[in-house]
Ligand binder design. Structure first.
Ligand SMILES: Cc1cc2nc3c(=O)[nH]c(=O)nc-3n(C[C@H](O)[C@H](O)[C@H](O)COP(=O)(O)OP(=O)(O)OC[C@H]3O[C@@H](n4cnc5c(N)ncnc54)[C@H](O)[C@@H]3O)c2cc1C
Length: 410
């Protein structure tokens, strides 16, 4: 018999959301979470993202069926969870703006996509309505997406950790080094914070290792067919020091499609403006219903600008490498004309776990060893989808399931 029912690898938002779901049917001590970094929250995708709650408009059901479904479901779950648990989140709404007729046509196809994906209340608006909603945004037309918003990912991941009651079964500074199968169990070799190696067995292993998920998958099954294609994005920020810099919604350009060096296509959302929360305590006061009404702060983030990607990228390379901020300005000027070079300051660098040759999330039991559930390519909109992804994992490993997990490739 295994030492433990389920072991989660990775303490980012996905691993923690899975831990939270597992706590609904497993007792403390029947599941554990291993995280290689000693600090929590760790330096990972979860701590370095744009904090946008996506509506689910960018993902088509044919090429990205999981992203299309889990983003819309996750969006709904996330707002509800944040309201119940007083996590900083706000449904700001979003504008996807077109500055010429070609982009305007792209918005029409995105509107069709929004309807196919059942995203509520998306509509196309003209320049005078744009002006009414966001007077400082200049555009020919836009899609207004009311279910988009912003969230503080770190408060979310902390809350999920607390609610999951992992306690001493959250092993920080513990890196998975090797995996093997024996008698239908998975044997894990891990290193402790003191660098000692030890082994234990688990019935199920949930691989939520972010940028390293493909590596973990291959530790057990060297034939795992997918490879992470890391994409590094840098973001800047500005303070709304002048009235013409004020903005209160997420503002995105029309998305474009880029071809990766391996020939596959990747949708890039473009350099966008994202409001942030106020850090002033008095702005986060309780309302009459005892709920927090979180106020927006004065900082707006601008980014990410994706410049480096692929195998040559070091996965801990978080240092700013942009000699000039003018590249950002070029991207944003067409729809946000008042922004000046001197307004911009460095914000952060983040690296996304995109997959080569595969445009969807990969959430499937391993082909050869179905006790291992691989979560690979959990890039954007992974934060938005996290609670929906966790429910999917729970269904895959719950003792109540009837036919056992199915592999994607069978
Ligand atoms: C720049 C950027 C902007 C983004 N913007 C958005 C957005 O606005 N909205 C949105 O919905 N999504 C966004 N995303 C995507 C979102 O952040 C990710 O999908 C999500 O954070 C993935 O979480 P994760 O838990 O899978 O991975 P991570 O947060 O990367 O966590 C994986 C963890 O696994 C650990 N690990 C790795 N290997 C091992 C090992 N051998 N042993 C033990 N532990 C290990 C790592 O240390 C890490 O802590 C963005 C991502 C980036 C980088």
């Amino acid at each position: 018999m295994s030492d433990i029912y389920a072991t989660i690898v990775g303490g980012g938002i996905i691993g923690m959301a899975v831990a939270y779901e597992l706590s609904s049917f497993l007792n403390p001590g029947d599941f554990c979470l291993l995280e290689k970094e000693k600090n929590f929250p760790s330096d990972n995708q979860t701590s370095r993202n744009s904090g946008v709650i996506h509506a689910g408009i960018y993902y088509d059901k044919k090429h990205s069926p999981l992203k299309a479904r889990l983003c819309v479901h996750g969006n709904e779950l996330l707002y509800r969870f944040c309201e119940t648990n007083n996590i900083q989140a706000k449904q700001t709404g979003k504008l996807i703006v077109a500055t010429n007729s070609v982009e305007d046509n792209t918005l029409d196809s995105l509107l069709v996509r929004a309807q196919e994906n059942n995203i509520p209340d998306v509509r196309k608006i003209n320049s005078s309505e744009i002006n009414r909603l966001e007077p400082n945004v200049s555009a020919h037309s836009a899609l207004y997406v009311p279910t988009s918003g912003i969230i503080d990912p770190l408060s979310l991941v902390e809350k999920l950790k607390d609610l999951s009651k992992l306690d001493e079964y959250f092993f920080k500074g513990t890196e998975v080094l090797a995996l093997r199968e024996s008698k239908n169990e998975i044997i894990i070799t891990a290193s402790s914070p003191g660098n000692e190696e030890y082994e234990f067995s688990t019935k199920y292993l949930i691989n939520a290792a972010g940028l390293y998920s493909d590596k973990i998958a291959r530790m057990l099954n060297p034939d795992f067919p997918l490879t992470t294609f890391p994409v590094r994005g840098e973001a800047l920020k500005f303070s709304q020091t002048r009235p013409e810099l004020e903005v209160s919604r997420n503002v995105y350009p029309t998305p474009t499609t880029i071809r990766k060096p391996d020939g596959s296509l990747h949708l890039t959302l473009g350099v966008h403006l994202t409001p942030t929360f106020s850090s002033k305590l008095e702005d986060n006061s309780l309302d009459v219903n005892n709920n927090y009404n979180f106020q927006l702060g004065s900082e707006i983030t601008v980014g990410p600008l994706n410049r480096k990607s692929g195998a040559e990228l070091r996965l801990d390379d978080f240092a700013s490498d942009l000699a000039s901020h003018s590249l950002f300005l070029e991207k944003v000027k067409s729809y946000f004309p008042a922004l000046q070079l001197e307004d911009l300051r460095y914000h952060q660098v983040g690296i996304q776990a995109v997959l080569s040759n595969y445009s969807d999330f990969h959430i499937f039991p391993d082909e050869k060893y179905p006790q291992m559930i691989n979560l690979a390519g959990i890039c954007s909109p992974g934060l938005t989808s996290s609670l929906a992804i966790a429910k999917m994992v729970k269904n895959l490993i719950s003792p109540k399931k009837t036919n056992g997990p199915k592999s994607q490739f069978k």
